[in-house]
Write a protein that binds this ligand. Structure first.
Ligand code: TXA
Ligand code: MG
Length: 332
């Protein structure tokens, strides 16, 4: 058990976080999407520490984070149309919730453990000012998955991080709640047409408006070969989840969207006005709340009202479908 240091987003706090990361330590930091669990991406030992702290299967590759597009794209082997597309997307959406999957450059220092031995890398420039300052100070790629135990609900506050990783990581840098609330969109640029492997904070509509045709991996099987981390059950609260609920049973908590279904004893409304941005930003906090309070009240399930499949609704539905999947055995 280690002592997890709580750092605030002051110059001293950020300096300390940068110092710890450079030393190969595990530091959680907020991004615009969720809190990440960061470590030096070039160090096998530091990256192994992430897998150990999360209990994460080692075939699941990590995203490397950078302060600028230049620093990120140096790690990719780019030419022709792929180069043009990567730069166009970087200019349009970075810093922001988009992760690009690109062929690894021979000169890249990113550890094979971080990329799970794949010939590709996942690269992203996050939007949080505190995190960008931190990344500039560290001046090296930082591997960071979401800062939760593998398979559990992603964290959108420093308190969520401590709830699952206190004593397992070296520090958490508190930069307040995450504004987007769902993870980055993972976009594979290694094929002729870009493919969304994981829907997220940048919508299909926004990507299409910048780079033309974009495919969406429709099924898990389609995403799996290139994105081995797309496990079916993920983001899972302890209570089972029932989707597309139009009514609430007596033993259910309700995750509402729009006017709540009547007669629920415990409700978290993602957005009373059906605003999908607001709903995304309140999703993980809502699952955690209903899970914890629902169990205290002896409730048996979380019922979820329908979410429309447009804009950020696609990412929200993806997370909720995974939360509702049958769970793997507890030993994972
Ligand atoms: O918003 C986010 O993306 C957050 C913050 C912390 O940046 N990070 C995050 O990381 O969600 P994680 O590890 O929970 O999810 C990374 C996703 C996984 O689905 C993984 O399979 C995919 O990215 N991925 C990583 N490297 C890949 C690669 N080389 N090829 C295909 N997919 C990859
Ligand atoms: Mg995750």
């Amino acid at each position: 058990m280690r002592v997890t240091e709580y750092l605030t987003a002051t110059p001293e706090g950020i300096d300390k976080a940068a110092f710890l990361l450079k030393e190969g330590k595990l530091v959680s930091f907020g991004t615009e999407t969720v809190y990440g669990l960061g470590a030096l991406a070039s160090s096998d030992k530091a990256v192994a520490g992430i897998f150990a702290a999360k209990g994460r299967p080692q075939f699941n590759p990590l995203i490397s984070h950078f302060a600028t597009a230049e620093q990120a794209l140096v790690h990719a082997s780019l030419s022709g149309k792929m180069k043009e597309t990567a730069w166009t997307l970087a200019e349009a959406f970075w810093p922001g919730p988009l992760t690009l999957i690109l062929p690894r450059a021979a000169c890249s220092s990113i550890s094979d453990l971080a990329s799970a031995g794949l010939p590709t890398l996942a690269l992203r420039v996050p939007k949080s000012e505190t995190t960008l300052t931190l990344l500039r100070k560290v001046n090296a790629p930082i591997a960071a998955p979401s800062a939760n135990r593998s398979g559990a609900v992603s964290p959108s506050t420093a308190a969520h991080v401590l709830a699952s990783l206190d004593g397992r990581i070296d520090a958490v840098l508190d930069s307040g709640p995450c504004l987007v609330g769902v993870e980055s969109t993972v976009l594979d640029l290694t094929q002729d047409i870009p493919i969304i492997l994981r829907p997220g904070g940048i919508t299909l509509e926004a990507l299409t408006s910048v780079c033309g045709i974009v495919h969406q991996a429709q099924t898990l099987q389609e995403a799996l070969p290139s994105s081995p981390g797309m496990l079916a059950s993920h983001y899972a609260p302890s209570l089972p989840v029932r989707l597309n609920a139009h009514h609430v049973e007596k033993d259910e908590a309700l995750l509402a969207f729009g006017p709540p279904a009547p007669n629920a004893t415990l409700v978290w409304n993602l957005s009373a006005t059906e605003n999908l941005e607001e709903a995304a930003s309140r999703l993980f906090a809502g699952l955690r709340f209903l899970d914890a309070e629902g169990q205290k009240l002896g409730l048996k399930r979380i019922a979820v009202q329908p979410i429309p499949p447009r804009g950020l609704g696609v990412a929200i539905r993806d997370r909720l479908h995974r939360a509702a999947e049958p769970r793997p055995p507890k030993s994972v």
